[in-house]
Design a protein around this ligand. Structure first.
Ligand SMILES: N[C@@H](CCC(=O)N[C@@H](CS)C(=O)NCC(=O)O)C(=O)O
Length: 202
């Protein structure tokens, strides 16, 4: 049995999307980041960082959301994860690029521009984060001008890993990046994505 530790309101969202694409059933420990359950010795034994997501797949324990998606896709031979070495490398390229250029930045921008109560927002955090998001959106826009998805005509795990991290960007004005806007909507319109999103929006 696969156990997934981590709320849909965390980076576990990208793993839930992947699991929905695969159609796999799993036991979901719907724990928020920093929830008391993540501070216990039992959970620290699974992830010494006390962070979500983490999985335990019949005793195989793994953390890091991108690594989890790669493992799940390979294990279940998902067509979203190309076997060709060059295409596989491009999926890794986009996934690692996202964690470096957008993962934290989009969260900081959205929280400090709109999500947090006004008194807790820090304009300088939002401004710095937006300053980092814009060049990353430019990179995506240039790529998506040339092809419908990041690797070409087909949706792959590169799209899933980047688009899932951009869930918060669905409510950000992306008019300056029309191809990113269209691509993001297309990705999130997939049945597995809608099912995932519904968990977060219920
Ligand atoms: N790079 C890790 C990041 C894991 C991470 O920071 N998770 C957050 C929730 S999205 C967390 O558990 N934070 C708890 C904390 O900061 O103590 C991944 O992609 O899985």
């Amino acid at each position: 049995m696969l156990h997934l530790y981590g709320s849909v309101n965390s980076r576990a969202m990208r793993n839930i999307w992947m699991l929905n694409e695969l159609g796999i059933s799993y036991d979901h420990k719907d724990w928020l980041p920093r929830a008391p359950e993540t501070k216990t010795p039992e959970f620290r034994a699974l992830n010494a960082n006390s962070r979500v997501p983490t999985i335990d797949d019949d005793g195989f324990v793994l953390s890091e959301s991108m690594a989890i998606n790669i493992y799940l896709a390979k294990k279940h031979k998902s067509p979203l994860y190309p076997a060709d070495a060059k295409k596989e490398a491009l999926v890794l390229q986009w996934s690692l690029w996202e964690t470096d250029r957008l993962d934290r930045q989009v969260v900081d921008y959205q929280r400090h521009s709109s999500q947090l109560p006004a008194a807790e927002r820090k304009a300088e955090v939002a401004e710095k984060a937006w300053g980092e998001c814009c060049p990353a959106f430019d990179v995506l826009e240039d790529t998506l001008k040339k092809s419908k998805f990041l690797l070409g005509a087909e949706f792959t795990m590169a799209d899933l890993n980047v688009a899932s991290a951009l869930y918060r960007a669905l409510t950000i004005d992306l008019a300056k990046w029309p191809h990113v806007q269209t691509w993001l909507k297309t990705c999130w319109d997939r049945p597995a994505a809608k099912k995932t999103r519904a968990l977060r929006e219920k």
